[in-house]
Write a protein that binds this ligand. Structure first.
Ligand code: ADP
Length: 501
């Protein structure tokens, strides 16, 4: 495929999915989602607001109280497995739509996002029958056991950087555990979530188990987060909005899980395999146009290796192919939106003002034809950055890396931990004791040693500090979607003697 718009130039149309029905928003409003590579409208989507969220939550409640809770764990697992197979069978079409809506290169959506989406549903399909309680050795003639039960109706608010994958991370464990869901995709990238809705119906999930309400954050998102009818809200997005979600949920004491921003240190010691470390720095900051919460956006270089490293890094970054994301050879597509592009340019100005040096990039590339209107930005490397500068402390969410030097391990650990965030960290060294020491001392939810941006459905992911709380993927994800009930049974058959006879 070589065009920037899959299938046709006519905008696609999507309605809301509530209670198994496709419907317009109560207000009748719609919004447009552009293809970020060209600025042309990709789809026109029904715009959910509070009234629609109310309907979706009520439908999810009915589904939870009804058919869904009576279904066996095995049947829930089979539905999830069927869904994973349907996704696999449609993966090329879904990947093309993801690229058209988000801008990520087709080689990423086809070979990273879509396989992981299917993998997450498959992994949690297997878990449905393995959610178990415990027996507790309490004293006396008593039997005590626990039941691990679903929470009920879960609100899930999804970001735009991995639209379908983030939906999968949230939906799969929630459904495996027997919850029902109201899912709000990001307004920038609603398309693949709506396509997923079609596959959920095709797989045979009962009506109302998954409801999808595309709309804006301040309206549909806020209505969902503050809804008294939900039992849990799960959010992935910026730390700023995460705090708003936690505030909104606090009024109803709704359970919250948050996967928020990051400013990950990616650390290169002089003893590292430099070629490998350069490839890791590239992967750390240029994958998905840098729109990754765990991006290695602070690149720490040991002073003695700095010059050699930067020379190779500059040469590699300069060769990145930026352009039509539908072209299989493209390595970087556009940023997701003009707002994001503006934000990145703003940070480039801030960094210059703070005294950092543009070592590579720093501008929009000159592209031709339709792509002149796309939201493209060059791979950008800032050198001479100090860890306390804003460019090193604030999340940019673009292909902009700050290079910071360090003297020794103590100096490094101090600087690496000097951040509000704690989502991930990478270290490049041949010294295994140093690598494992670092893994213990860094305050982050994921540590990559001589690698970066590795994920698997079985391995937990989530933040320390202001990068959020709760873990997605792996068995830990089920803790976020279940609650524990303790059941006591008397085995003596005698009256309780406490107040006498
Ligand atoms: P970004 O700032 O990177 O665009 P956000 O954190 O704003 O990311 O968005 C992530 C998700 O949160 C999107 O689905 C968005 O619609 C939603 N969102 C934004 N603001 C709010 C809000 N006030 N309440 C609930 N959801 C919101």
């Amino acid at each position: 495929m070589s065009s920037a718009q899959p299938a046709s130039e006519t905008p696609r149309k999507y309605q809301l999915l509530i209670d198994g029905q496709w419907m317009d928003a109560e207000s009748g409003k719609t919004f447009e989602t552009p293809n970020p590579a060209t600025g042309k409208t990709l789809a026109e989507v029904a715009e959910a607001d509070k009234a629609d969220v109310d309907k979706a939550v009520a439908a999810a409640r009915r589904a939870f109280e009804g058919k869904w809770s009576k279904m066996s764990a095995r049947d829930r697992g089979r539905l999830l497995y069927k869904l994973s197979q349907l996704i696999e069978s449609k993966s090329q079409e879904l990947a093309a739509l993801e690229t058209a809506d988000n801008g990520k290169p087709i080689r990423e959506s086809a070979y990273v996002d879509l396989p992981q989406v299917a993998e997450n549903f498959e992994y949690f399909a297997g878990f449905a029958t393995k959610i178990e309680g415990e027996t507790i050795p309490v004293p006396g003639q008593m039997f005590n056991y626990t039941l691990r039960e679903p929470l009920g109706v879960c609100g899930q608010i999804i970001p735009w950087n991995f639209p379908l994958l983030m939906a999968a991370w949230k939906l799969a464990p929630a459904l495996a555990a027997g919850n029902t869901v109201v899912l709000k995709p990001a307004e920038q990238t609603p398309v693949t979530a709506m396509e997923l809705g079609k596959l959920i119906q095709e797989a045979g999930f009962p009506d109302g188990v998954v409801n999808i309400v595309p709309g804006f954050g301040e309206t549909a998102g806020a209505a969902l987060a503050s809804h008294p009818g939900i039992d849990k809200i799960a959010f992935t997005g910026s730390t700023e909005v995460g705090k708003m979600i936690a505030h909104a949920a606090a009024d109803n004491l709704t359970r919250v899980s948050l996967e928020l921003g990051g400013k990950a240190p990616n650390i290169v010691f002089a003893d590292a395999n430099i070629e490998q470390a350069v490839s890791g720095a590239m992967m750390g900051i240029f994958f998905n146009q840098g729109q990754v919460c765990c991006a290695g956006s602070r690149l720490f270089l040991e002073e003695s290796v700095k010059d050699e490293f930067l020379e190779r890094f500059k040469e590699r970054a300069g060769r990145i192919k930026v352009g039509d994301p539908m072209d299989k050879g493209t390595q970087m597509g556009p940023q997701v939106s003009s707002e994001q592009l503006g934000r990145i340019k703003g940070y480039v100005d801030i960094a210059r003002g703070e005294g950092a040096t543009v070592f590579v990039g720093g501008e929009c590339p000159q592209l031709e034809g339709d792509f002149q209107n796309g939201y493209f930005f060059q791979p950008t490397i800032f050198s001479e950055v100090k860890n306390e500068m804003r460019v090193a402390q604030e999340e940019i969410f673009g292909p902009v890396v700050s290079v910071i030097t360090f003297r020794d391990e103590d100096d490094l650990i101090r600087q690496a931990n000097e951040t509000l965030y704690g989502l991930s960290a990478g270290i490049w060294t041949q010294d295994i004791t140093r690598a494992h020491r670092f893994a213990r001392e860094i305050k982050a939810g994921t540590v990559w040693i001589n690698t970066f941006n590795m994920f698997n459905a079985a391995s937990p992911f989530g933040g320390y500090k202001q990068s959020g709380y709760g873990r997605e993927m792996g068995k830990h994800a089920l803790e976020m979607y279940t609650q524990v009930k303790s059941v006591w049974v008397d085995l003596s058959g005698k009256p309780i003697g406490w107040f006498g006879k």
